[in-house]
Design a protein around this ligand. Structure first.
Ligand code: NAP
Ligand code: G4F
Length: 323
């Protein structure tokens, strides 16, 4: 039975990846940072089948000791300060966790067992103010937030350790992926939750920022399959993963409200508080390498993603209201 260690197991992707690896017969170790209250909602249904250990990307010792104790063959580094607006309020913390945290994982692998395979969760935010449309593995980076800058560091230190120390370290450059388990502050989930609340009479409006920015949105459950597949290749590499389609926040709203028989123009209020100091206007992937080499393709299209999220939030809130 192979062993995999997932940092960021309590996050959206961590929960889907843990499910995937369990279905493939892995022993799954999840690293979670200490919190004063339990935040295991996304992995509650898996807790009997995985081992959750305390550790933190800012703490080198915890990373070293977990590799020594659990001896994973694969490490998936999903942990990060991942919310872009927070990265302007906490830029140093974002750099410590999202950038230097990657070096700490790489160092732990180098010292404990250099045969361990590493997946680094890189991001389409690295393309930022895009210099090429669509974006592929060779597209130069132009990050637009402290988060994007930190992810560029994480990407290049992964490539550097691959080249310097011959580590099997891959960088998955994933475009936005969403699900009913997405954090409530990200725009897709904010919309699906907001629509469900308005439908149930719990809220009257939904306050958003820039409706014109465009993203390549896919379903998180599909994207964790690409992560696993990258670690099964003969050689480590970089891969862009996305749907190849782009849609605006406005389109997301139109479909989400429309699905409930509502017109978003009647409820969405644009609020300067949710605009960013520097915006990423357009992201769209050119994922042909992932298709060709990994055999990966998305199974959920944009409309299915939006309606899945709205339906899930409606069901969740209906239960809450009833109880
Ligand atoms: P997420 O839901 O925000 O999860 C982030 C995880 O990191 C959480 O488990 C969080 O723990 C953990 N974490 C934060 N700081 C930590 C620290 N100092 N030490 C240890 N763990 C820490 O993010 P996600 O959407 O699953 O994304 C997974 C990874 O992919 C992230 O690295 C993200 O930047 C990257 N990414 C995401 C997307 C996307 O569209 N989702 C696209 C490209 C790349 P708590 O639960 O305690 O907060
Ligand atoms: O949902 P978002 O906050 O995601 P963003 O900034 O694209 O970042 C996500 O995807 C990255 C991959 O490209 C990940 F690396 C990162 O960790 C994260 O998962 O915002 C999407 C767009 C932005 O252009 C934002 O300005 O939606 C726009 N937006 C408009 N109104 C809003 C809002 N975003 C948020 N969060 N809240 C709003 O009210």
């Amino acid at each position: 039975m192979p062993t995999a260690l997932i940092t960021g197991i309590t996050g959206q992707d961590g929960s889907y990846l843990a499910e995937l690896l369990l279905s493939k017969g892995y022993r799954v170790i999840g690293m979670a940072r200490r919190a004063s209250t339990m935040n295991h909602e996304r992995i509650q249904h898996l807790l009997d089948n995985i081992i959750v250990i305390q550790g933190d990307l800012t703490d080198q010792g915890s990373l070293l000791s977990m590799l020594e104790e659990y001896k994973p063959e694969e490490v998936y580094n999903l942990a990060a300060q991942s919310f872009v607006p927070t990265s302007w309020n906490q830029p140093a913390l974002t750099g410590d966790v999202t950038a230097l945290g990657v070096t700490r994982i790489l160092e732990a692998i180098r010292f404990v067992n250099s045969k361990i395979r590493l997946y680094q969760a890189s991001s389409s935010e690295m393309f930022g103010k895009v210099v090429e449309v669509p974006q592929q593995e060779s597209t130069p980076f132009y990050p637009r937030s402290p988060y994007g800058v930190a992810k560029v560091y994480g990407h290049w230190i992964t490539v550097n350790y691959r080249e310097s120390f011959n580590l099997f370290a891959v960088s998955g450059i994933l475009f936005n992926h969403e699900s009913p388990r997405r954090g409530l502050e990200f725009v897709t989930r904010k919309i699906s939750d907001g629509v469900a609340r308005i439908k149930l009479g719990l809220n009257k409006e939904l306050r958003l920022g820039n409706l014109e920015s465009r993203r390549d949105w896919g379903f998180a459950g599909d994207y964790v399959k690409a992560m696993w597949s990258m670690l099964q290749q003969d050689a480590p590499d970089n891969f862009v993963v996305g749907t190849g389609e782009t849609h605006s926040v406005r389109e997301f709203c139109a479909i989400a409200f429309g699905h409930m028989g509502l017109d978003y123009n009647d409820y969405v209020v644009q609020d300067q508080r949710f605009y960013r100091p520097a915006e990423v206007d357009l992201l769209v992937s050119h994922p042909s390498k992932a298709g060709r080499v990994l055999g990966w393709e998305p199974t959920v299209d944009f409309k299915q993603l939006v309606t899945m999220m709205v339906d899930a939030d409606l069901a969740r809130l209906q239960l809450l209201v009833r109880n």
